[in-house]
Write a protein that binds this ligand. Structure first.
Ligand SMILES: NC(=O)c1ccc[n+]([C@@H]2O[C@H](COP(=O)([O-])OP(=O)(O)OC[C@H]3O[C@@H](n4cnc5c(N)ncnc54)[C@H](OP(=O)(O)O)[C@@H]3O)[C@@H](O)[C@H]2O)c1
Length: 303
């Protein structure tokens, strides 16, 4: 199948290009920068240069290619993850304007399906909840303080994708990924480096979130090309929700550095208040049953 991937050079993008190529698809990767086209070629895909903020440019690009499926891995966050709500400002614009331009382009080109990256924080930031959160109430948590517009843009992007099939031949699927870990994930590499120095962050709180290995993100996204139902959200997370502190404790033990000096939560909060809210206080242990049942998602538990 001919597949166009926007966000092709992102953390999950390059391994996804390789996986789709290995599965026999004809893969085209979008980048804004001609300097990054070689990365796309090395991952076995054909590069195309376009910017989703330019509605005419992306519409022409998608129409010329005529893909059966369009995958959106469009995010734009600081390399080491967001520390403050204002770090989401570029992503807010991308979700609010760029991603809808891409969906419109897919519709005009007659693509059969559009699959879009989202994140478990689209549920919001509740501080308590059920033992496992599933897709039945997709919006049950509140926004982070000052992050109302950011969360509205993320949820608005999701709705644009989910409702696409109601007024076009292009059905939409939203994948809510957990917090990434694994090779090539910059924040995971940073925590591993810190662990080697016997340092870790104390996020404290009673929060629990769901995580996902980058290989599982890639497999689930590739499966979604021809599995799952249009108009649906799927949580893509591993089987083990965990507090941030337990996650870094396991990482340190795995690296043979079990004794860690934890930088106190108050210090972390002063530098990264969003990080502490999302990874210290937020209750998002998320169910992957729907993805297992409908996308044949088989996460491999690793830390
Ligand atoms: N669930 C999670 O845990 C999660 C999710 C997302 C990100 N992150 C983390 O956040 C950090 C940053 O990741 P990121 O994905 O934001 O950055 P990234 O790795 O730089 O990827 C952003 C992608 O979006 C594309 N893009 C951005 N604006 C575009 C536009 N206007 N038109 C077309 N393409 C556009 C970029 O393309 P070009 O630059 O090639 O033009 C790039 O492929 C990483 O550490 C990552 O692991 C975590």
């Amino acid at each position: 199948m001919r597949v166009l991937v926007a966000g092709a050079t992102s953390v999950p993008g390059l391994p996804l290009l390789r996986e789709l190529n290995a599965r026999g698809h004809e893969v085209i990767g979008v980048t804004r920068s001609s300097a990054k086209t070689s990365q796309i070629e090395q991952a076995g895909a054909k590069p195309v240069v376009a910017d989703v903020f330019d509605a005419d440019d992306i519409a022409k690009t998608v129409a010329d290619i005529g893909p059966e499926v369009v995958v959106s891995l469009l995010t734009t966050l600081p390399k080491r993850g967001p520390m403050r709500v204002k770090d989401f400002e570029p992503a807010r614009r991308l979700w609010g304007v760029g991603a809808p331009n891409l969906v419109a382009a897919a519709q005009q080109a007659g693509a059969r399906r559009v699959i879009a990256e989202s994140v478990i924080f689209a549920y919001g930031y509740p501080t308590s909840g059920p033992a496992l959160v599933d897709e039945s109430d997709p919006y049950y948590g509140p926004p982070p303080p000052g992050g109302e517009a950011m969360l509205a843009a993320l949820r608005g992007m999701e709705r644009t994708v989910l409702e696409s099939g109601e007024h076009s031949d292009t059905e939409g699927i939203v994948l809510r990924y957990g917090a990434f870990y694994g090779p090539g994930v910059p924040h995971d590499q940073m925590f591993a480096r810190m662990a080697k120095w016997r340092l870790s962050l104390d996020m404290g709180g009673n929060g629990i979130v769901s995580w996902v290995h980058i290989d599982d993100v890639v497999a689930a996204t590739a499966n979604a090309l021809d599995r799952g139902r249009g108009g649906q959200i799927y949580n893509i997370v591993d089987d083990r929700p965990q507090s941030f502190n337990d996650y870094t404790r396991e990482l340190a033990a795995k690296l043979g550095k079990p004794t860690q000096l934890r930088i106190p939560r108050a210090v972390v909060k002063a530098v990264a208040p969003y990080g502490v809210l999302a990874f210290g206080d937020t209750w998002l242990p998320v169910s992957n049953e729907k993805a297992k049942a409908e996308l044949e998602f088989k996460p491999v538990a690793r830390v």
